[in-house]
Unconditional design. Structure first.
Length: 117
């Protein structure tokens, strides 16, 4: 099942996602509507829940970096800030695209998505 289908089904069941806007690829349209509860729900849909401290360190760093600079942080900076190895980050989330979705950030575009997957 695609991310879009998961979000749609969750919203139809009246989850916290029902009042939020998502694009055709399952990314949150407005990063300002994101909160911890939204992250937990998205993580559950991505098969990443429950979120632990290590997850939150990565999520908060990626969000902060994107919202301040408008850029996707390199994996080495994510690892350095979260004190996790690349393999540990991938083990927690499965991939960078999942981190991006759970962090409630907007669609990064086709080229960036190819790097994130």
């Amino acid at each position: 099942m695609s991310a879009v289908q998961k979000v749609s089904e969750s919203a139809a069941r009246g989850s916290v996602l029902s009042t939020l806007g998502f694009d055709e690829d399952g990314f949150l349209c407005d990063a300002e509507t994101w909160n911890d509860r939204v992250a937990e729900t998205l993580a559950e849909l991505e098969g990443v829940a429950p979120l632990q401290n290590a997850h939150w360190r990565v999520i908060r760093f990626v969000r902060d970096r994107y919202l301040r600079l408008g850029a996707i942080p390199p994996m080495r900076r994510i690892c350095r800030s979260s004190e996790l190895s690349k393999d540990e980050v991938k083990g927690l989330f499965g991939g960078c695209l999942q981190v991006w979705r759970i962090a409630g950030l907007p669609n990064p575009g086709e080229e960036a998505k190819s790097y994130l997957s």
